[in-house]
Design a binder for this molecule. Structure first.
Ligand SMILES: Nc1ccn([C@H]2C[C@H](O)[C@@H](COP(=O)(O)O)O2)c(=O)n1
Ligand SMILES: [Zn+2]
Length: 161
């Protein structure tokens, strides 16, 4: 009986890879974010990326980062984490794990907590010093939601199909 193959990717590499792939659908010219929600027994439950809601055209709504709030993207973009939660058509997300390429903001932290997600695996945390992310961590800590940074292996695959 031959021994099993070695060098296969870990669950974290697999699901973070799915999150990265999801983010490749984002039309945001500055920051593309992807998310993947997984059950406690490692089944993929949902995926999402940052973008405008259904019916809000990527070619008509603003992708600007500056200017009046009504004329920049922040009022309009649905974050990848919220999209992944809303895309889930099953029952409960209680106890699920969220893989996301960028640390959740305070608004997404509320949705994550209320959805019952218990663990967050994140890759980038470039906004860690912002009040939004500091408030996010404050709520996640209070709610007992665990989060840890994805440990890059250096052999991350470059997905070019
Ligand atoms: N955890 C996050 C943080 C941000 N987003 C989205 C919201 C915007 O579309 C974009 C951030 O834009 P930037 O301020 O970097 O130009 O990423 C998200 O989906 N999840
Ligand atoms: Zn958010």
């Amino acid at each position: 009986m031959s021994d099993k193959r070695s060098g296969y990717i870990s669950w974290d590499e697999y699901f973070m890879g799915v999150a990265v792939l999801s983010g490749m659908r984002s039309k945001d010219p500055h920051t593309q974010v992807g998310a993947c929600i997984v059950s406690e027994d490692n089944k993929i439950l949902s995926m999402g990326y940052n973008g405008f809601p259904k019916g809000c055209s990527d070619d008509e709504f603003p992708w600007a980062r500056e200017g009046e709030p009504y004329d920049n993207k922040y009022f309009y973009t649905t974050h990848s984490e919220l999209n992944a939660i809303l895309n889930y058509r099953g029952g409960s997300l209680e106890g699920a794990k969220l893989y996301v390429t960028l640390f959740p903001c305070n608004e997404c932290a509320k949705a994550i907590i209320q959805a019952g997600i218990r663990t967050i695996v994140y890759d980038d945390d470039k906004y860690e010093m912002t009040p939004s992310v500091m408030a996010s961590k404050r709520m996640l800590d209070a709610a007992g939601v665990r989060y840890y940074r994805y440990k890059r292996t250096g052999r991350e695959i470059q997905i070019t199909l």
